[in-house]
Design a binder for this molecule. Structure first.
Ligand SMILES: [Zn+2]
Length: 462
């Protein structure tokens, strides 16, 4: 009995001790986390990747909750749970109650995903929305607020942009990729080069509808008959983009083909271009495209433009995951030491492979863009591993969203991932707070200013 009593006392003392230690530790961690998060909240953010579109681009005047849901990444999870995407037009014609019936039960199954959590964060930040989940009770009110804000979207966008602390977003208008006009109050132009690569093997024959690249060439007075004509026009596009202050090149070709680009000699390409595109076998089309991307890298070195490349997971349901495997790019990093390659999304799910590239090659940079929204936990692990392996002057952050609510949710999520990773390191004695602050400043701002040479390219102070 005695021995059993003393055992209980020891157990109680131990429990109290561990309890108080745990409490102290949690408290410290919380305040370290908060310090870093608060520091991050004061950084003027350079967002290296967005697809922001003005609401009127969609031809709608009545944007509500389910429209924003449809324009978000979260919709991919709703579809993955068994839902069906509606076009904005048909969606617009449905009453809110019908929309709720179609989507709410599926939306509930996504409550644990990172897509859900970052999407709801945008509303928590901008709409004084403090519920943990979207429900049939809170969606109608939220929907009404969205509708009111979107009556003057430019004003709403400006207010939200300033509130979140953005300084500039690199805009990737992939739906109109040869456009050179951006609103410089918010955006920096980038040169989306997918068309240049893909259209080289899709030359229209006489009688065909010309594709937009060949149309654009005609408008600018270029008559493309040979590969040299094609390259001359592409060089003209580079010059046009640079005149309009483009800060980088963007390749999202993994959505259309493999990221493995072979070294195809000019002589081979010139002869393949002579063939009618209709007669090219797939391997020949690929060779022409490979030649073009190699040419684009050389031009990007000449014009001093970093090259952003989508790697890893692909949004949507009909893409081939393996196409985006980052190791397929390895030959390019060795062949072009003077190019600056910025690899996106930490190559999820191949994050370690991507980090190894950042460690191995001085010309390879890593962008966290979109990873926190895809998987918050993987983003924390990947950033931790990145800090183990890669100097932190090579890491960026971007949002990758269509509407401002989602970008702001993504920024909150990004800051939380960085603050959590860094505070854990501080708690373990692996990092001091002042270095953690420097890392935050670097990831959300200074690295982009430096690597993309924003002062020189945009002609303003940063
Ligand atoms: Zn993107």
């Amino acid at each position: 009995m005695k021995s059993s009593n003393s055992k209980i006392v020891v157990q109680i003392v131990f429990s109290l001790l561990t309890c108080s230690l745990f409490f102290k530790c949690t408290n410290n961690q919380r305040s370290t986390y908060q310090n870093i998060k608060e520091y991050a909240d004061h950084v003027k953010v350079i967002d290296t990747h967005e697809h922001q579109r003005m609401a009127e681009d969609f031809g709608l005047t009545n944007i509500r909750f389910y429209h924003l849901l449809h324009g978000s990444y979260l919709m991919n999870d709703v579809i993955s749970a068994g839902g069906k995407r509606l076009d904005f037009g048909p969606l617009d014609s449905l009453d809110l109650e019908v929309q709720a019936k179609l989507f709410n039960h599926l939306l509930d199954y996504t409550r644990a995903t990172s897509y859900y959590s970052h999407f709801i964060k945008g509303f928590q930040k901008l709409y004084n929305f403090d519920d943990l989940y979207f429900t049939e009770n809170n969606i109608p009110k939220l929907s009404e607020q969205i509708k009111l804000n979107y009556l003057d979207y430019p004003l709403w966008f400006d207010k939200s942009f300033q509130k979140a602390g953005f300084e500039i977003m690199f805009l990737d208008p992939f739906w109109n990729s040869l456009n050179t006009e951006v609103d410089e109050r918010y955006y920096a132009l980038l040169f989306h080069i997918n068309q240049l690569v893909m259209q080289v093997s899709r030359r229209p024959s006489s009688g065909d509808q010309p594709s937009s690249l060949y149309e654009e060439a005609k408008k600018d007075g270029f008559n493309i008959k040979t590969l040299d004509d094609y390259l001359l026009f592409c060089d003209h596009l580079y010059k046009k983009m640079i005149e309009n202050k483009a800060v980088c090149v963007k390749n999202s070709l993994a959505y259309s083909r493999s990221l493995y680009f072979e070294d195809v000699p000019y002589k081979v390409a010139i002869n393949l271009f002579k063939k009618s595109s209709k007669n090219l076998i797939p391997a020949e089309s690929k060779q022409l495209q490979d030649f073009m991307f190699n040419w684009i890298i050389q031009k990007s070195i000449e014009y001093d433009l970093p090259i952003q490349i989508h790697t890893g997971y692909l949004s949507g349901y009909d893409n081939w995951l393996e196409n985006g495997k980052p190791t397929k790019l390895n030959n390019l990093f060795i062949k072009y030491p003077d190019a600056k390659f910025v690899l996106f999304h930490v190559g999820y799910p191949w994050t370690s492979e991507l980090i190894a590239f950042g460690k191995m090659y001085p010309n390879v940079y890593l962008d966290l863009v979109w990873l926190p929204q895809i998987s918050r936990e993987r983003a924390i692990l990947a950033l931790d591993e990145m800090l183990d392996c890669v100097p932190y002057n090579k890491i960026f952050w971007g949002g990758d969203c269509t509407f401002i609510e989602e970008s702001i949710g993504s920024l909150e999520f990004g800051k939380e991932v960085v603050a959590e990773t860094l505070s854990k390191r501080i708690e373990r004695g692996l990092l001091t707070e002042d270095v953690a602050f420097d890392i935050v400043q670097r990831i959300f701002r200074e690295n982009a200013v430096e690597v993309f040479q924003l002062k020189e390219k945009l002609g303003r102070e940063f």
